[in-house]
Write a protein that binds this ligand. Structure first.
Ligand code: SF4
Ligand code: SF4
Length: 459
């Protein structure tokens, strides 16, 4: 089989015919290896499946015998694009080659079939496209709108769906008002590059590779090649997210310009002019500044501890309603160590048998002293903080800062006559599920002892 084309569709065709039983599959394209529009990893996977890729060749003629295809004659393609980048292939007619084949499949750029518009007043833009207005999505004939590649030219399916929504809105508006609706193209937000001095402090985590079928077995049928992520792998991959634009937001009215955030920001991002400034393209959303700001002037745009305050009160009240006698531990756990949401759900459902309410936080170092004490105010009897395992924290100095706040919170408990031991700090060891369960059990036993002593003292 010979496939003509160098895009992802051509690769799909080549890999499909291999699975349908073709013994030898050759893909021929004008572009060099670097110019091929197909994704590099697709090309590599095709080659692993024994598909031959012939770059920089163009079809000259199909040769046949008695009406039956016997192969393809090729001519060398010396360049694909002109100096302006336009598609204008050049060939060396003296440099030729042949590929024996009993089938030739053409898998090159397709165009829209616009025959349905013949006889209409809709104007065409050439190359199988319709002339349209980008903002109103209207065509030259009133009352007709367009979206997708027939209007925009080559794009992605996601963009076509997005344009479909815009077209539906435009049509609804037109039907209701008889007017065209201006919908300016959406400008995507642009973030400046992370400056080197910040980037060098960011912990780089390797991508998590999904398991794939080996090349020797996968070319035989259409079974899935890439198994996809397990839940634990997906969570590990998500951990690599730099959380851009979810970081610190300063309330200028509260900021006292005390420089605490400048002093503790482990990425050197925070500065103070009149008030504190944390540029969103630099902030790593660790939350250390928000936890430490003496004026409580900093919030995180997403996943800040303030988001959980109301919910925490509700959950503690709900737990206490179900069973007011079992001592309740609120356990703040590092979200980055979680490998199973089912485990957390199950742990929450297991109350009152276990007496632990796990609360997941993207880095427990976001907890302020107030956050550590808040569960007591809501009715909990102890707080257990479980940080990530040794060496895995993404944020420099996070643990020592948190431990400082834990000490402060213990001091507050002592001042109001409660035992400091009601606050525990652990670090994940190995499997989160196993070590967290063990820590909860240890803390639960300790709490029982404290409660016994407490009850004895108050008699
Ligand atoms: S720590 Fe808080 S009060 Fe101090 S400068 Fe930063 S934002 Fe302002
Ligand atoms: S959230 Fe972290 S990285 Fe961002 S300004 Fe605060 S301390 Fe610095």
């Amino acid at each position: 089989m010979v496939i003509i084309g160098g895009g992802n569709v051509a690769i799909d065709v080549a890999r499909s015919v291999r699975r349908l039983g073709a013994e030898k599959v050759t893909l021929v394209c004008l572009e060099s290896g670097e110019e091929m529009p197909a994704w590099q990893w697709e090309v590599e996977e095709a080659q692993e499946e024994d598909i031959r890729v012939m770059n920089s060749w163009g079809p000259r003629s199909v040769f046949s015998e008695e009406g039956v295809v016997k192969g393809l004659e090729l001519k060398r393609c010396t360049s694909v694009f002109d100096a302006e980048g336009n598609f204008r292939p050049e060939f060396d007619e003296t440099d030729t080659a042949t590929v024996v084949a009993d089938n030739v499949i053409i898998a090159i750029g397709q165009r829209g079939d616009l025959t349905c518009l013949e006889g209409s007043q809709v104007k065409l833009a050439g190359e199988g496209r319709i002339r349209w207005d980008r903002e109103t999505l209207a065509l030259s004939q009133e009352g007709i709108f367009a979206c997708g590649e027939v209007a925009t030219g080559p794009a992605s399916a996601v963009e076509a769906v997005f344009d479909g929504h815009r077209a539906a809105t435009a049509i609804a508006h037109y039907l209701e008002s008889g007017e065209l609706l201006e919908q300016p193209p959406v400008e995507l937000a642009h973030l400046d590059d992370l400056p080197d001095e910040v980037a060098e402090k960011v912990k780089v985590l390797d991508p998590v590779a999904a398991e794939t079928q080996p090349a020797e077995t996968r070319g035989r049928d259409f079974s899935e090649i890439e198994r996809g992520y397990t839940e634990a792998e997906a969570l590990a991959e998500a951990r690599r997210c730099l959380a851009c634009t979810t970081g610190a937001l300063v309330d200028e009215a509260k900021c006292a310009g005390c420089l605490t955030c400048v002093r503790i920001c482990p990425f050197g991002v925070a500065t103070v002019e009149q008030t504190a400034v944390m540029p969103q393209e630099k902030c790593q959303a660790c939350g250390l500044c928000a936890a430490q700001c003496p004026a409580a002037a900093i919030a995180l745009k997403r996943f800040g501890t303030d988001e959980m305050t109301g919910k925490l009160r509700e959950m503690v009240a709900d737990m206490k309603r179900k069973d007011s006698r079992t001592p309740l531990i609120v356990s703040y756990c590092c979200l980055f160590e979680m490998t199973s949401r089912g485990f957390i759900r199950q742990s929450q459902e297991d109350y009152p048998r276990k007496g632990v309410l796990p609360v997941m936080i993207p880095c427990v170092a976001r907890l302020s002293v107030v956050d550590v004490l808040r569960p007591f105010e809501a009715g909990a009897d102890a707080v257990v903080i479980i940080a990530c395992s040794d060496g895995s924290c993404l944020y420099p100095t996070a643990e020592e800062r948190l431990l400082g706040r834990v000490r402060q919170a213990k001091g507050v408990l002592a001042e109001i006559g409660l035992e400091e031991e009601r606050i525990d700090f652990w670090k994940t060891e190995g499997s989160a599920e196993v070590s967290w369960t063990a820590f909860w059990e240890l803390s639960r036993k300790k709490l029982q002892e404290i409660e016994k002593t407490h009850a004895g003292e108050t008699k």
